[in-house]
Write a protein that binds this ligand. Structure first.
Ligand code: ZN
Length: 368
């Protein structure tokens, strides 16, 4: 599968911590091979030299509480039918399996659950997803769960409640990585208190650069880094730059009424609300300023300044974000990002860490 046309990155491991391709496959099973609107498909993977990817199984909160498991299983099935079975990628659950997939020229595919509402407060269901090969769970999405506060919601539990702490303990026991992207600051603090393992923020940016609750403050960046954790930079311009985040919020206000009209009378139909959510999501980027990969590199530089160059890497959120930097439009652009890192003064070893080795080492440390 690996046929990099950019020879200078031939020996660089490229490993990204978050994409929503599984959700896109649910709508269109040929998404991965069609190669026109996707951020991540066979051709673009070859061109960009992507070696390994964490595929999120993201379920919209609107499916809670009754249909989260069904949606997650449909997505798992879509990955199996369209990526694993045809041999485009291999599902992996350890760095050893990842090494062997890459050696055989295949995309190494890790699985994660996004977020904790999917398991319906059940440790048994968490174990079941582990048995399917899931090795990571994002604790919340935009809303609080019954056991953890989200950065996108009003605090309900002051971080993690007792059930939340039990779930974290079970994840530790299973060796399932804890992903704190979307979590509130207090939830992250509680997680760091309960777990002894390295923690991951798969697709988050720095609040010091773009001051929104979804991003991570410097003190937590430092703590995650000190504990051998990993932070993957999200490529969504609204998380990268404060001015764009303000434009996104204006658009949200602008389309609020239209959205509410659309879902009126369908409040108990999650499929209709999910569709309306996705449509709203594409409208929030209307008229926004353009940005380029320097905004991603600014974030990388900041994370490295605060936590050291070993803590930061890719968390693209490809196929889950409605816009991207103009020169980082999909996975085929990774060689351009490497060039950008060199231009900003990172040496080869540092660029290799950022592009994939840091995330690889995160899992390696995690397995110990
Ligand atoms: Zn997310």
């Amino acid at each position: 599968m690996k046929n990099k046309n950019e020879s200078f990155i031939d020996d660089i491991l490229i490993f990204d911590a978050h994409c929503d391709t599984a959700n896109a496959l649910l709508d269109d099973p040929s998404y991965f091979i069609k190669s026109y609107q996707s951020h991540l498909d066979i051709e673009k993977i070859k061109k960009g030299g992507l070696n390994a990817q964490i595929f999120a199984i993201w379920v919209n909160n609107v499916y809670s509480p009754f249909r989260t498991i069904k949606q997650a299983l449909l997505m798992y099935n879509a990955l199996e039918k369209n990526i694993f079975n045809p041999g485009y990628g291999i599902k992996v659950t350890s760095t050893t399996e990842m090494d062997s997939a890459i050696k055989n020229g295949k995309l190494a595919c890790w699985l994660s659950l996004e977020g904790g509402h999917i398991i319906k407060n059940s440790i048994d269901i968490l174990e079941f997803f582990y048995s399917l090969g899931v090795r990571c769970m994002t604790l919340t999405h935009f809303k609080n769960t019954d056991w953890a506060d989200s950065s996108g919601d009003k605090p309900k539990w002051d971080g993690l409640n007792k059930l939340g702490k039990n779930i974290i303990a079970k994840m530790d026991e299973l060796s399932m990585a804890i992903d704190v992207s979307h979590s509130s600051d207090k939830t992250v603090e509680d997680v760091l208190e309960v777990t002894s393992k390295p923690v991951l923020a798969s697709h988050s940016c720095a609040r010091a650069i773009c001051d929104i609750p979804r991003n991570i403050p410097d003190n937590l960046i430092k703590e995650i880094a000190d504990r051998k954790g990993y932070i993957g930079i999200n490529f969504f311009p609204g998380f990268l730059k404060k001015t764009i985040s303000e434009q996104v919020n204006k658009n949200l206000e602008k389309y609020k009424k239209e959205y509410q009209e659309k879902i009126k009378g369908s409040e108990d139909n999650p499929d209709i609300i999910n569709q309306a959510d996705l449509e709203l999501f594409t409208k929030i980027v209307e008229g926004n300023d353009k940005t380029d990969l320097n905004a991603v590199i600014d974030q990388i530089v900041h994370m490295a300044d605060i936590g050291g160059v070993e803590c930061v890497g890719l968390g693209s959120d490809f196929d889950g974000i409605p816009s991207t930097p103009t020169d980082l439009t999909d996975v085929s652009c990774y060689p351009t990002l490497v060039t950008g890192l060199y231009e900003r003064g990172f040496n080869k070893e540092e660029a290799e860490k950022i592009m994939g080795m840091n995330l690889y080492n995160f899992f390696k440390n995690f397995e110990e």
